[in-house]
Design a binder for this molecule. Structure first.
Ligand code: IPM
Ligand code: MN
Length: 370
């Protein structure tokens, strides 16, 4: 029996509650498909920090490296100054484990939950490949004359040839694979016959950020032309992209962009797919240990109330299965989520689903088994 070791970081707020439901569903899928998942739980997060003053113990990173994957709930605590936990836990893991891709599918399961008029599931079905180790997130920069009237704050965007190229290559590879092994997603065989091709859209700001996105644009076309001639290349400015996410989300297939723009547009993406209750993502190191998480945050006001939607965490679990190579199990979880969303839920919002957090987990686990 294939067996995988999973590090679980429930984290803050509603993180532990949603991760519990994800594990319930993962175990149902594991039983059905004959695999074994071994979990080791870690208590990293705000409570531990307030208790001990420690954000991540020094040994943590090397310990996490040894797992097949990491499942994360949420990081962010109302009593801890913003930045400490985010940088000290989430970003530190992303950087030190070289999870250089943040993969965020935007998929609408049911048109009732799309805030855009007349958009159907086939219209909202794309993937954002967000660079996850560079850009404005590296912490490069600093203050000069801090606290004086002459204060200067500099926050630099770091874009390396290597970092940009590996991200762009990942996006092209993903675009190829997306249509090859998931015919029910995106392009259908008849679309491909009709001449439609997989497409990668570079999202940037070449009209203003003329250094950073000049590099991105050159690498995009160079690599695309040479190694991925089968994939259509497109470009959109980030501001226009926000408009098109709302007006014509069906235009997008795979998007590749830098860390900051990827952060921003995926919140918009989450809303058009039905909200934070359903949006999942993966922090991926294709050669190392990856980490999967719901992208919505810790939702402190719902902590412990059994009201939060666990589907985003469950979808993160499905992404983890897919990444581990358990494609059939991943598909079973995703299809179970789709069925529960369409057939049972009144809403995807916390407290309005018509079911509690644990009940939604039970429904999906049962749907996986049938
Ligand atoms: C996300 C979050 C994080 C980010 C925060 C919590 C640091 O917003 O995963 O999108 O900006 O990447
Ligand atoms: Mn974000």
């Amino acid at each position: 029996m294939k067996s995988y070791n999973i590090a679980v970081i429930g984290g803050d707020g509603t993180g532990p509650e949603v991760v519990r439901e994800a594990i319930k569903v993962l175990d149902a899928a594991a039983a059905k498909f004959g695999i074994k998942l071994n979990y080791v739980h870690y208590d990293f997060g705000g409570e531990r920090y307030l208790r001990t003053g420690e954000v991540l113990p020094d040994s943590a990173i090397d310990e996490l490296r040894k797992f097949n994957s990491i499942l994360l709930g949420a990081i962010g605590h109302p009593q801890v100054k913003p930045g400490i936990l985010e940088k000290g836990i989430l970003l530190r893991i992303r950087f030190e484990l070289e999870q250089y891709i943040n993969l965020r599918p935007v998929r609408l399961y049911d048109e009732r939950f799309c805030p855009i008029k007349d958009k159907k599931p086939e219209d909202v079905d794309f993937v954002v490949v967000r660079e996850n180790n560079e850009g404005l997130y590296t912490g490069a920069g600093g203050f000069v004359f801090k606290g004086t009237p002459h204060e200067v704050a500099v926050q630099e965007s770091i874009n390396t040839r290597r970092g940009v190229e590996r991200c762009i290559r990942y996006a092209f590879e993903y675009a190829r694979k997306r249509h090859a092994d998931k015919p029910w997603r995106g392009l259908k065989p008849e679309d491909i016959k009709a001449g439609k091709r997989a497409q990668v859209t570079l999202v940037g700001k070449t009209n203003v950020l003329t250094y950073a996105f000049d590099l991105w644009e050159r690498v995009f076309h160079e690599v695309g032309e040479r190694d991925y001639p089968d994939i259509k290349r497109d470009y959109a400015h980030v501001d226009a992209t926000c408009m098109w996410f709302v007006k014509n989300p069906e235009w997008f297939d795979v998007i590749v962009t830098d860390n900051m723009f990827g952060d921003i547009i995926t919140d918009l993406g989450a809303i058009i797919q039905g909200g934070m209750g359903i949006a999942a993502g993966g922090n991926i190191n294709p050669q190392g240990t990856s980490m999967f998480e719901p992208i919505g945050g810790s939702a402190p006001k719902y902590t412990g109330q059994n009201k939060i939607n666990p589907l985003a965490a469950i979808c993160a679990g499905a992404m983890m299965l897919e990444h581990l190579g358990e494609t059939r199990a991943a598909l079973a979880v995703e299809n179970a989520v789709a069925r529960v969303v369409r057939e049972k839920l009144k809403s995807l919002a916390a407290g309005q689903m018509g079911y509690t957090t644990t009940e939604v987990g039970d429904l999906v686990a049962a749907a996986v088994q049938t």
